[in-house]
Design a protein around this ligand. Structure first.
Ligand SMILES: Cc1ncc(COP(=O)(O)O)c(C=O)c1O
Length: 506
């Protein structure tokens, strides 16, 4: 629950450090409440602490409060609009504008009266529990702003550094991100690029893959995996998936290898690694390059190694829905050797080295420096979010088992720990789309990733595949459904999801 701590309450806590300030700190630290303080309030609190009769104690309380609360930065516009609103007290107007913008659940104030007409629940420190009602009867697949309390101050610091330095293209934030991601994935280098799609495209460009070449991959993935192969004039050669992991079945790869095959792109779909050992063996035997599509799998492991560290290239997406998402499009490629890294660096700058001397035909595939700053700030939270997703997955397993729903619903299996659950995919034994509509009517968001396997997409009709060509992929496209699993999803919300599915089948 997100609460805005109003100025009058915070000044009171600082001027009279007491049991009340301990209570405020306790509720924030317990995690029951995520507290915000407006940046415009902070100077007033500093003054209050300095003026206090017990300045040392007051300073200490201020420090503790500011470490427990997140600061919501006001823009110049917020300030000017609140000044212009002559009918409302300036601080109240500012608080209301901010509270509406970040959709807080309530405001805590010393005097709640000025907020009475606003429609925003407002309480005092004494009665806050009465206005505290956790919403568990609607569940979003992803609610990015709910996580701002944890990350916004770090993200803003990195974004401001880019804005204030004027260093918008590449630069220090990009370099820091590249070495941090390489380190996180257990790789030697990483090259930031404009998106996960461009990561795949650039990796294949670096290999000179083009017309006449074949690239083996799965038809049960996001379009970009195969789209990039075709964009370069090469041919995607599909291999069906294993039903347990939803990933390419290594046993079926060899029969698809020809003299034209150049690369294999295994996709670590939904956050679980493909079975890499046999894939690596096949690639070695046939002298093929492995390009991992790890767009959904940052932090996923297979036999204690991380996604992105198995192939010559590991392609990641920072699309906002990913476990580590930017505030827009971005991606990165992990690599193991300096020569490949240098080639990628050159290709992402139109193939020019030195500047204006073009060794290759590349493109503008640079990662945006602002996005690099956002992703870098969020990286330090990734492990705790991954563990929360894994806990949520365990919760679903327990709840579905307790509800005796295992005949109607098959749950995803963790065959290769560690699964990072970018998605939690159930298989529905029944009418998947009807269940999805029912859940939607009960305010539970779900998604189908992906309703049409790639071999049946219109744009790939010239590849000559028909229905029945890849039966596991087709079956999954018909019966899978993604349930809310992100780190913001609460146990109560998961209970509501499973209870609602139970009521559908009853
Ligand atoms: C498996 C897979 N590959 C590639 C991509 C492409 O990434 P981006 O959206 O960053 O271009 C995605 C993103 O949705 C993906 O899920």
């Amino acid at each position: 629950m997100q609460y805005l701590f109003h100025t009058d309450l915070l000044i009171d806590l600082i001027e009279n450090p007491s049991i009340s300030s301990d209570k405020a700190l306790a509720i924030c630290r317990s995690g029951a409440v995520q507290g915000w303080v407006l940046s415009a309030t902070v100077p007033l609190l500093v003054q209050a602490a300095r003026r206090s009769n017990h300045p040392e104690k007051a300073q200490q309380t201020l420090k503790e409060l500011l470490s427990a609360l997140s600061i919501l930065t006001q823009t110049a516009n917020d300030l000017l609009q609140s000044i212009a609103d002559e009918s409302t007290d300036f601080e109240v107007a500012l608080a209301l504008a901010a509270a509406k913008e970040i959709k807080v659940d309530g405001i805590l104030a010393l005097d709640p009266k000025p907020f009475a007409a606003s429609g925003i629940p407002t309480g005092t420190l004494e009665n806050w529990e009465e206005i505290h009602t956790e919403k568990s009867d609607s569940v979003a697949l992803l609610n990015i702003p709910i996580g701002y309390h944890e990350i916004l101050n770090d993200v803003e610091a990195n974004m401001n550094q880019v804005i204030r330095s004027g260093y918008f293209i590449l630069g220090p934030q990009v370099e820091k991100l590249e070495s941090a991601i390489a380190n996180y994935c257990g790789c030697d280098y990483a090259v930031g690029v404009s998106s996960g799609t461009d990561a795949l495209l650039l990796a294949m460009m670096a290999e000179g893959i083009g017309p006449g070449d074949e690239v083996v991959t799965t038809p049960y993935t996001f379009f970009a995996t195969a789209g990039c192969i075709s964009r370069l004039g090469a041919t995607p050669v599909f291999v069906d998936i294993e039903p347990t992991t939803f990933n390419i079945d290594p046993e079926l790869i060899v029969q698809k290898i020809t003299a034209k095959t150049r690369a294999i792109i295994p996709v670590h779909l939904y956050g679980q690694c493909a079975d890499m050992d046999p894939i690596i063996e096949i690639a070695k035997q046939h002298n093929l390059v492995i390009i991992e599509d790890a767009a959904q799998a940052i932090g996923a492991e297979y036999k204690f190694r991380r996604a992105g560290s198995f192939g010559k290239y590991g392609c990641f997406s920072f699309f906002p829905t990913k476990n580590l998402g930017g505030f827009g499009d971005a991606g990165i490629i992990t690599v193991q050797d300096e020569a490949t890294r240098d080639k990628l660096l050159t290709l992402r700058m139109h193939g020019s080295k030195p500047k204006y001397y073009h060794k290759y035909i590349g493109g503008n595939f640079r990662i945006d420096a602002l996005q690099a700053g956002v992703v870098l700030a969020k990286l330090k939270y990734l492990e705790s979010w991954t563990e929360k997703r894994r806990t949520n997955a365990q919760n679903y397993h327990r709840l579905f088992k307790d509800s005796s729903l295992t005949e109607n619903i098959s749950l995803p299996q963790e065959i290769f720990p560690r699964h990072v659950y970018n998605q939690f995919i159930i298989q529905v034994n029944g009418n998947r789309d009807d269940l999805r509509t029912f859940l939607g009517e009960n305010k539970i968001a779900t998604e189908v990733y992906y309703p049409v396997p790639l071999h049946l997409q219109e744009c790939f009709s010239d590849l000559g595949h028909a229905e029945g060509s890849f039966q596991n992929s087709e079956q999954m496209a018909n019966n899978t459904l993604a349930l809310p699993i992100s780190q913001e999803v609460t146990l109560k919300q998961q209970e509501y999801v499973v209870k609602t599915i139970k009521s559908y089948f009853s």
